[in-house]
Design a protein around this ligand. Sequence first.
Ligand code: HXC
Length: 258
Amino acid sequence: TNYENILVETRDNVALVTLNRPKALNALSSSLFHELNDALKKVDGDAAIGAIVLTGSERAFAAGADIKEMRESNYIDNYKSNFLGHWTFITSVRKPVIAAVNGFALGGGCELAMMCDIIYAGEKAVFGQPEIKLGTIPGAGGTQRLVKAVGKSKAMEMVLTGSFNLNAHEAERAGLVSKVFAPEVLVDEAVKTASKIASLSQPMVQMAKEAMNQSFEQSLANGLLFERRLFHSTFGTHDQREGMLAFVEKRKAKFNHN
Ligand code: HXC
């Protein structure tokens, strides 16, 4: 497929999706999101792909929702079109998604990164929620996921001032980001990790992701029950038999994703 706002390539068992509106610092327009959703749907359904990396440019992962596109929209249009409803598709992708963030991840860009499963940052990354300065508030998870990612005080200061940003190392210390790399190796490192994950049993990886995501939605007791039932079900698979047999036979497991 030829997209206008994104690039999609495959590196072995990993799909690399690059946001590509450089002139607008990858501002997240509706058409960009429709293309992103289309690409994610395809790679999620492609058995040859085990994990996904989402990145932008060295200057910007994404500088937010497209302000020029949304500035004149009004309440009833937003309501009728369920504006931003299509932003949530990425959270229903079953394969793991690693965000590789270089440069600005502001507003919707920070929120998009937080919808991914793992965030790697380049040393020049900047995470922030400047919406308040535009006379609005975060609308795609910034008031919810950010609190869980960096704690209340930092999240409040980021969202309420709109100008308190986290650099890559601050974001790592706060727990928003799992690793920081030099900008030029960031994407390769993200692909390496994605490839490692993709070489494991895909159904196990997806079950583990599903179970961890329940921790954001459920009480502890329900989350633990969900986890245990999935754990039980793994014993109905080839890959559990093979993984444990390989351990006993002191060899590398050969998963067939069944
Ligand atoms: C539309 C944008 C944009 C955006 C940048 N551009 N961000 N266009 N929407 N969010 C455009 C600029 O207008 C400019 O186009 C070009 O990209 C380059 O940007 P500059 O501002 O010239 O670059 P620079 O001086 O380096 O400043 C970079 C920046 C700044 C600090 C990132 O662009 C900025 O503050 N952007 C807006 C960040 C923001 O407020 N994000 C939150 C958006 S609201 P021209 O044509 O002038 O060259 C949001 C709401 C989320 O995300 C709610 C639900 C999702």
